[in-house]
Design a protein. Sequence first.
Length: 536
Amino acid sequence: MKKYLLSIITLILPVLTFANQAQGIGIDEKIDQWFGNVTGPFVNAIFYQIPFSEEVKIYWVLFPLIIGATYFTIYFKFINFSGFWKSIKIVRGNYDDLDERLDHKVELSPSEVFVDDEGDNPDTIRVEGHEGEVSHFQALTAALSATVGLGNIAGVAIAVSIGGAGATFWMIIAGLLGMASKFVECTLGVKYRDIEEDGTVYGGPMYYLTKGLKSKGLAGLGKVLAVIFAIFVIGGSFGGGNMFQVNQAAQLFEHMTGGEESFIHGYRWVFGVVMAILVGIVIIGGIKSIAKVTDKIVPFMVVIYVAASIFVLVARYDMIGEAFVQIFDGAFSPEGVLGGAVGVLVQGFRRAAFSNEAGVGSAAIAHSAVKTKYPASEGLVALLEPFIDTVVVCTMTALVLIITGNVVAENATLNDAQAILLTSGAFESVISWFPYVLTLAVILFAFSTMISWSYYGFQGWAYLFGRSKKMEYTYKIIFCIFVVVGAAASLGSVIGFSDAMIFAMMVPNMVGLVILAPKVRDELNKYLKAIKSSKE
């Protein structure tokens, strides 16, 4: 570990030297300008808007997101609702005995049994002698740690400041539909994972795109999509899962400690160095180490944040009804009618996608490491994520913003950096001291998101460059360097790149999910039959 940390510090030193020399000429602006120039063409391509009329323009990447989530909801007979209670039971451990039973196998038709080219049966883990690395709950919190957090705190503020209160409604719809997408991708993540002899799990879209599409006679397409996804997930880990997170955490910390008078004003890279060292200490241990941290941080901070939101709602209970009126009116009858409605819908779906990542494929990487013999069991657990992340936490944030009067017309002209502070100000108007707690929450959420996304990015890195220790440490050192860069850069370029990488990952992933949906249906039937047989 000492050698690893020394390597990080050695590579970060040139960054610090440059930052120190450039204080007088605006290091934040210089980094942001450079970053924007490098990533601008890619961001513009991902967020190209299809003009349907002078008023109506829609991001092309929203089509696979919305259509795919709707298709899975219908194809799996509204599994996002019918499987909800069963998901809670799985997390509580009600069906854990199925993995231990000697007679857990159920008689299946040939179409329900998958055997890959290497002769592995569906019960891969039992055959290979390993059960995975983390529990259902740990897999859930590890995945949630990458989604619940700054997207809910800052992302919602951005959505409602641009799209108005009505964006909240479409965020909720996107969350409910996204539950089905999450179920599909995480089931496939477990079904097609690779397990090393030492029990280390390698999983995610790279593997189900390669193996799954090969089983459908589409080996070439699967390989191309897997490589594209791996590249995007690496970029996403550096952008949305790293720089975006530490950037917002550093910004709020600077604001809470005096703004321009803060001791870190002009020295946010120092904040980044501290976070980089802490992240480096955790991620060296892999998914087990990450899960041990996230299963403590995530539940604790979610409870505190939701409790504070409930406190604000109770304190302003007389305004809750009016808040919902604003949400529904804004969703269906905003100014500009059709043009305005589309704008609100787009903002809602865009921020929801960045918040819960349903259909993106990232969560499937974390869930692949779960200890289970039934892939569908983890798919059911995973569908809870968009509900917790978007339907509950995002709605709480939006209601707080609306009730405290932080959604007003002039906010539409605010830049992203100013919009992030709306949430803090909203809480402060009711709980004077809460911004300090929120600052701590933001930092912890950013930290947990970064360590989870480091795992996602490494999985893509390992798929492309191999699973050697040398490749592992190379990726992790680069990741830690980007923590420092993200803290120093201004938000504009970072958030654009972050959103672009998230949506870019979704494209190859959605293609694979639609093609492999029948495989998921077979796994679901297998698991439901196992549950039924255990009760007989």
